[in-house]
Design a protein around this ligand. Structure first.
Ligand code: GDP
Length: 537
């Protein structure tokens, strides 16, 4: 597959690959991810007034019944995609849900990006969810740009924040700009690259781009303008310039170093220069691992993988959308591709481009792009689609479930819808379902990474499939697939705090309440394997 790029790639494909930037924003809830997203769209000219996106999504949400849960809880559960152009770059922003219970969904999205922007609240610094998401980026070696937000509010000292990034995340933090003024006195930033000061002015309701003026620094005129702030600023800049930690692109691309930008997404201060820097620094799509070696984006053979399935995004259509990240070659509407898992060819009909919850049909797409495919049950997460049948991308790992519960329904007449809903939600990766062996007990057991997923399952079953359910929490916290000689497994005397179940494929699964209990069972049954889901063949 990896033919020499120079010979195989058409100029057009290469140009399109080079101008793509596919990224996600990682942050703890409330750090300002949504606000920054909106302001990036404002600066890129994709919306003309900040507020437009939210207004539209609110309007849509009002129509979409299962989004009620999102609204009620004020959190973002569904990921959305945004594509926009900026100074010749084509930017794909994959939104990730911020709530910790949705980390698996976020994790899958991070498998599909080439870089990430880490948004920190300037008063709070690194928060628990930031750490978790960072760990995923680190594992994948994704380059991270850091935006320290809310500088218009009293916060921690910038030195302290840089220090925390280095200490907590083990990543070198290189400031690209430095805030001028604190809290309500925040007026702009010093730009280390250009060695100049950028001042911003607020606009009415922060809806428009903040007018910016540029001044050389140091500059005696500024001493008057900045008054008392001038001396310390000069000192800090001198200190940082002399400190000698310079930007190293290779270390940035390896995820070992992060360029840091200070700003305020709310007032738009520093957002424009950040978008410029992002476009310059963030890498275009790179090669991707497959079972057959690296696949280069400029390979002319088309390839991509499904990283997300979402049902009923549009209640008027009630369909399921599979999200395909393109890895190599040119995607064309109606092309025939090989579906590795099914072992057959399928036609790529009705591919969509997504913008938040809006969608439109597209004719072509390139590596780095995400295409929405209306999914008549053909795709599951991790599927490889390619015009070269020998390529299969590495599977997307699962998070081990930690919450379990019995799912009950009183609507016996709605058995069919109930089963259909469960099947579809499991295909989306919302949760996993286990049954008791021989169906002694009829209720399925839900297995989820976080408890909030139970609410999502109940809410979606009710609103999308018309089935009312309730969940009874179980005390178990771990699941292991039991593999070994069936006679040996049948002979085991399982301790009382375990539960024996089967998954959809009929494979035996045991639930355990504690690590201790699991360790005891492993020790007492040396001939049996206790495997995580991805370890099961
Ligand atoms: P998310 O949960 O990370 O998406 O955060 P949001 O973008 O929804 O922001 C959370 C809250 O912080 C909202 O009330 C925003 O108005 C506020 N916020 C976001 N950015 C800033 C900022 O730069 N300064 C201030 N003062 N507030 C901000």
């Amino acid at each position: 597959m990896s033919l020499p790029v120079e010979k195989s790639a058409s100029d057009e494909l290469r140009r399109e690959v080079l101008r793509r930037r596919t990224f996600a924003i990682i942050s703890h809830p409330d750090a300002g991810k949504t606000t920054l997203t909106e302001k990036l769209l404002l600066y890129a000219g994709a919306v003309h007034l900040a507020g437009a996106v939210q207004a539209r999504s609110t309007q849509r949400q009002a129509k979409s019944d299962w989004m009620e849960l999102e609204q009620a809880r004020g959190i973002s559960i569904t990921s959305t995609m945004l594509q926009f152009d900026y100074h010749g770059a084509r930017i794909n922003l994959l939104d990730t849900p911020g709530h910790q219970d949705f980390s698996e969904d976020t994790y899958r999205t991070l498998m599909a990006v080439d870089s990430a922007v880490m948004v920190l609240d300037g008063a709070k610094g690194i928060e628990p969810q930031t750490k978790k998401l960072f760990a995923v980026c680190r594992k994948r070696g994704i380059p991270i740009l850091t935006f320290i937000n809310k500088m218009d509010q009293p916060g921690r000292h910038p030195f302290d924040l840089l220090d925390e990034i280095e200490r907590t995340l083990g990543m070198t933090a290189v400031p690209f700009n430095w805030p001028i003024g604190e809290g309500s006195g925040f007026q702009g930033v010093y730009d280390f690259q250009q060695r100049q000061v950028l001042f911003f002015q607020r606009t009415s309701h922060n809806q428009r781009r903040a007018p910016m003026t540029v001044e050389a620094f140091p500059n005696p005129k500024l001493a008057d303008t900045l008054g008392e702030a001038y001396g310390p600023l000069q000192e800090e800049i001198g200190l940082l310039t002399g400190a000698g930690t310079s930007f190293d692109r290779d270390r940035f691309l390896a995820g070992e170093l992060t360029p840091v930008f200070f700003g305020s997404a709310l007032t738009n201060f520093g957002v424009g220069p950040f978008l410029d820097a992002f476009t310059t620094l963030a890498p275009p799509p790179g090669p991707r691992h497959s079972a057959q070696g690296l696949v280069q984006p400029t390979d002319e053979t088309f390839s991509g993988f499904v990283f997300k399935i979402q049902a009923n995004m549009d209640p008027q259509h009630r369909d399921r959308m599979a999200f395909l990240r393109i890895c190599s070659g040119r995607f064309e509407k109606d092309m025939m591709v090989y579906h590795a898992r099914l072992g057959r060819k399928i036609r790529m009909t009705r591919p969509h481009r997504l913008f938040g919850r809006d969608r439109e049909t597209i004719d072509e797409a390139y590596p780095g792009d995400v295409v929405g495919l209306v999914n008549p049950g053909l795709f599951t997460i991790g599927d490889t689609l390619t015009s070269d049948p020998t390529v299969t991308f590495d599977p997307i790992p699962h998070f081990p479930p930690e919450c379990f519960g019995l799912l009950r329904t009183q609507d016996i007449s709605k058995h069919k819808q109930f089963q259909k809903g469960l099947k579809q939600l499991e295909e989306e990766g919302v949760m996993q379902i286990f049954y008791s062996p021989d169906h002694v007990r009829r209720e399925p057991v839900l297995a989820a990474v976080g408890e909030l997923q139970f609410d999502v399952v109940m809410s979606r079953l009710e609103h999308e499939y018309g089935v009312k359910t309730s969940v009874e929490r179980m005390p178990h916290t771990m699941a292991r697939w039991i593999v070994g000689d069936p006679a040996a497994i049948a002979a085991v005397y399982w301790p009382s705090d375990t539960v024996r179940l089967v998954d959809q494929q009929g494979r035996g699964v045991m639930l355990f309440t504690t690590e201790h209990l699991l360790a005891y069972c492993i020790k007492s049954n040396p001939s049996i394997k206790f495997l995580l889901r991805e370890e099961v063949a």
